[in-house]
Ligand binder design. Structure first.
Ligand code: TLP
Length: 345
């Protein structure tokens, strides 16, 4: 039975162009700064994002971990959304590596706004830890691929900067945000201090994320990357795929978004499933299966039997992520299998 894997856009395999570029990549020892392909990728990422410098890291978690450490001191608080990736899916690295605690704000869709951030801001005082950083996630994963209205994001940055606070953006899916809004990654990231974005999700690279920001911070970030075991030597082989991801893959993301919307429309018409398709603007759909009487793990298990993989993301919440390795025909097949399965409950 054909397997349609919609668990995540992390499952994408490198394209033939990537594999060719990887085989031909010029490499050197990156710990000495001598890998020309990595150097080119770091420069290009910084240029595209409109920042001074870039750092190639093996994973998004490492990029976020380094950023949190760069912006904060031990014992500070980091303001973030309560369902953010840094708080829920990064093995407490903010505590383990940066020595910080979260000041988490519950939101409906994963998106913070300045009034709520301001209300949680703490200067240093006799009884409390000071705020060291504001973190935003754009698009927001567990929020359902949601996008910050640009004015809302800019207002957070202006407000934070007026209090001397930096802002880090977890832009794992920043290019999905750009594709959905028509804004350039540079404009979206204009006011944030640092951005982490992933080459290895919708952009299809096998490995790798970028941390971009001011040169002084990024230079210090190299030390933290080494401490975390991310000094990767001849990793130009990976950066070569990353360059293709950066240059060629953003243009096709609207197709993933159209596929997600198609799946959302199908799901919304099925009995017992709750999803508002008008809220699906990027490649992530999160829907509630409570009305079917199944739990999310049961729903996912029944779909797996029909050759379609998806993730349980809560007791009754299921997540589907579209990507280029599941083209329109595969998504149509997944939609048919979901109809069939729900009918059979
Ligand atoms: N997210 C993964 C899982 O960890 C949940 C996924 O399948 O979506 N920021 C955001 C917003 C992410 O969604 C992820 C990965 C990361 C950071 C971390 O990236 P990696 O997996 O490269 O460390």
């Amino acid at each position: 039975m054909p397997i349609v894997d919609l668990r995540s856009d992390t499952v994408t395999r490198p394209t033939p162009e990537m594999r060719e570029a990887m085989a031909a990549a010029e490499v050197g020892d990156d710990v000495y700064g001598e890998d020309p392909t990595i150097n080119r990728l770091e420069e290009r990422a910084a240029e595209i994002l409109g920042k001074e410098a870039g750092l190639f890291v093996p994973t998004g978690v490492m990029g976020n971990t380094i950023a949190l450490k760069l912006h904060t001191e031990h014992g500070q608080e980091i303001i973030c959304d309560s369902r953010s990736h840094i708080l829920n899916y990064e093995l407490s690295m903010m505590a383990w590596f940066a020595g910080c605690v979260p000041r988490a704000i519950p939101t409906a869709d994963g998106l913070l706004d300045w009034d709520r951030v301001k209300a949680e801001y703490r200067p240093s005082g006799p009884h409390w830890a000071s705020t060291g950083l504001v973190e935003v996630e754009n698009t927001h994963n567990v929020g359902g691929g949601t996008i910050y209205p640009q004015s809302q994001l800019d207002a957070i940055c202006d407000g934070a900067h007026s209090l001397g606070l930096p802002v880090h953006m977890d832009g794992a899916r920043l290019f999905n945000c750009a594709a959905a809004t028509g804004l350039s990654p540079r404009d979206i990231a204009a006011k944030v201090d640092t951005v982490m974005f992933c080459l290895s999700k919708g952009l299809g690279a096998p490995v790798g994320s970028m941390l971009v920001g001011p040169r002084k911070l990024i230079d210090r970030g190299r030390t933290y990357r080494k401490r975390l075991g991310g000094g990767m030597r001849q990793a130009g082989i990976l950066a070569a795929a990353g360059l293709i991801a950066l240059e060629q893959m953003p243009a096709r993301l609207p197709q993933d978004h159209a596929n997600a919307r198609m799946l959302a429309d199908v799901l919304a018409a099925l009995p017992g499933i709750a999803i508002d398709p008008t809220r699906v603007r990027t490649n992530i759909l999160i829907f509630d299966v409570a009305g079917t009487g199944l739990t999310a793990p049961d729903f996912a298990a029944r779909m797996k039997q029909r050759g379609v993989l998806m993730s349980a993301f809560g007791p009754t919440l299921v997540r589907i992520v579209t990507h280029y390795d599941a083209p329109l025909e595969a998504c149509r097949l997944a939609a048919d299998k979901m109809k069939e399965m729900v009918k059979a409950i």
